[in-house]
Design a protein around this ligand. Structure first.
Ligand code: S3P
Length: 172
C-alpha cells in the first residue's frame, strides 16, 4: 500500500472529538508511517495540558506554538499528523498544509458529536463556560472552514476508526 500512495504527509482536520487522534494512529498503523499529534507536542513543550496552557500562558501562546509545530511537520514528507480543531483558523497553517500535504477532513454530524461532549469538556478549554447553543454555533462555524479547506473528506458517523482509515487510504 505504502508504495502506491503519496509521499506527502497527511494532515487530519475536523472538530474537537471528531476522532483525529484515534484515526490518525490507525492510519499510521495501516501505512507504516510515523504519527504526530500536534496538541501532544504543544503540551510536551509547555509541560502542561492545554487547559492549563490557556489559563496560565494564554491562548496566544498556545496558538503561536501550534503554528510552529504544525508548519514544521506539514512541510516534511511521510507523516500522519493530527492537528487541533482550531488550527485552520490560522491562515498560515491552513495555507502551508494545503500546499505541502494532503489535508483530510473528518466530518462528524452534530447529533453524533453531541453524544461525545461529556468526554471532551474537561480537556477542551474552548468548550468551557459555553452554552449548548454557543457550542453548536462554534461547531457550525468551524465545519464551514473545514469544508472549504481540504483535499479529502470522510464521514465518520457510521464507521469504525479502522474503516475510516481505510477510506482515507483509498483516496490518497
Ligand atoms: C482546540 C482544539 C483542541 C486543542 C485546543 C484548542 C480548538 O484540539 O488544540 O484545546 O480551538 O478547537 P482537538 O481538536 O484535538 O480537541
Amino acid at each position: 500500500k505504502e508504495g502506491q500512495i503519496t509521499q506527502k504527509s497527511v494532515v487530519l482536520i475536523g472538530f474537537m472529538g471528531a476522532g483525529k487522534t484515534t484515526i490518525g494512529e490507525e492510519l499510521a498503523n495501516q501505512t507504516g508511517r510515523s504519527f504526530i499529534d500536534t496538541d501532544q507536542e504543544i503540551e510536551k513543550y509547555f509541560g502542561m495540558p492545554a487547559t492549563e496552557i490557556f489559563q496560565s500562558r494564554g491562548e496566544e501562546a498556545f496558538r503561536q506554538k501550534e503554528k510552529e509545530v504544525i508548519i514544521n511537520y506539514a512541510e516534511q514528507q511521510g507523516y500522519i499528523i493530527s492537528v487541533g480543531g482550531g488550527a485552520f483558523l490560522q491562515e498560515e497553517i491552513k495555507e502551508t498544509c494545503l500546499s505541502n500535504s494532503v489535508v483530510a477532513f473528518l466530518d462528524i454530524s452534530w447529533p453524533s458529536w453531541k453524544e461525545r461532549l461529556s468526554l471532551l469538556i474537561d480537556t477542551r478549554p474552548v468548550l468551557q463556560g459555553k452554552t449548548m447553543d454557543e457550542i453548536q454555533q462554534l461547531f457550525e462555524e468551524r465545519q464551514k472552514i473545514y469544508r472549504s479547506s481540504h483535499h479529502i473528506e470522510v464521514k465518520t458517523d457510521d464507521f469504525s476508526p479502522e474503516q475510516t482509515a481505510e477510506n482515507i487510504i483509498k483516496q490518497l
